[in-house]
Design a protein around this ligand. Sequence first.
Ligand SMILES: Cc1ncc(COP(=O)(O)O)c(C=O)c1O
Length: 494
Amino acid sequence: MFKHAQLESVKTWLSDPAYDALPLHARIQRAIRQLILDGVLTAGKPLPASRGLAVSLGVSRDTVESAYGQLHAEGFIERRVGSGSIVSARVGRSPRRGTRPVSRMPQMPVQLSRRGAAMVRGDGVGESLMPRPFAPGVPETRNFPLALWERLQRQVLKEYGTKALAHGHPQGVESLRRAIADYVNLERGARATPERVLVLTSSQQAMTLCATVLLDSGDRVFIEDPVYLGARKAFSAAGLECIPVPLDADGMRIEHLYDTTLSAKAVFLTPSHQFPTGATLALDRRLAAIEWARRHHAWIIEDDYDSEFHYAGKPTACVQGLDEHDRTIYIGTFTKSLFPGLRIGYMILPPQLVVPMTVARTLLDGHSASIPQLTLARFIDGGHFGAHVRAMRSVYAARRDVLARLVRNHLSDFVEARVPVGGLQMPCILTCGLPEKEVIESARLAGVDLLGLTALHASSNHRAGFLMGFAAYTADEMKAAVEDLAIVFRSLKS
Ligand SMILES: Cc1ncc(COP(=O)(O)O)c(C=O)c1O
């Protein structure tokens, strides 16, 4: 009772490899449902007897019966004893019903909200999944003590059993909050207590929470110029107006916050190693920023994303620890110090923000996954975090030196390296007059990833160049990539 074309359409579903995971009866059910939704089979239309359709399709009668049973249960067909199955009258009211198959309708451009458009403008902020030299910001994970991590995770599962599978507290597990507070107090000179720690999935989530919980759309935030794109995008997506503030070798020029006639509700800083320049914010400027925030009742958003990796003595203590007025929100992450896939970051909050931020995070994702949090707490408490960071710090310091030497030996005709005192990447300034975009695109085609500096700047008044990540690549990998880059430069110059 099916026309030839209708039968062929059902057969297409049966042979389409895209539906390989579906059992036969589900494919037949989906095929007939589609014919009904497309208006090819209209209300009251009889369906073939299951025996006949089974023969035409080369399947068992039970398979067709099962498909019809599901169509009946979902209300697409009516089944009457003795008179077979017909398309249900209810589909007559289906808003999708029409004579033209819906799948062939022209695609309308998607209409995003203004906020949605701001979020997707440019590109996402995710790191590359398979980093190649010299993708910046990526830590070395190939030598991570996986067996140890696995043992600790097994201990967690043994101790907590199925309790570890339930929902967790939105603020984070207590043992991890305690471990984080102890760590930032000792290593970063912070003023933290477990009660002030909010465990999140990332710094990125922390920035979004700051932007949306503390500021209203249209409010201003001072940002570094150049700035970490993830921060600028989180603020712009929340409708904030980003006011770029210039930098020098001592970090953001805080005097601009006092000089400008524009008032802002917050300032975003990367004080340990400014991203991307690597500059450390000088002490007098830290104190001036705190005083500015106190006077204006504004917030300091301190992104301390990679302070563990400082290669010349200890890193400067964080701003949060100097701020007696509780105007600073400290953001930390394990993305660089352990591994990006862990997805654990945190904020150290002023006491008055703990409840609002914790409640707000329940709207985003409820809480961070409990098993990794419990495992991480053990990793820190057992001294393994400290040991890992110390080991990686010397690996990264050596790699930074290798890269600086390679650039000097192979690329000195084209770029000038700005060797950083810390962090996972080295800025290089183009000195050969080649356009930054062209260099980056040609390098990419040659298998070398560079992050251009121009996109990170708000003003056009800056020197072109790129960032070279060095932490995730061995000396041999970097040597090969720098040699490839030298070939790229020579061919662009010739
Ligand atoms: C300045 C800065 N903050 C934060 C992050 C990312 O941290 P998370 O993965 O926790 O969002 C990065 C990553 O490159 C970064 O450069």
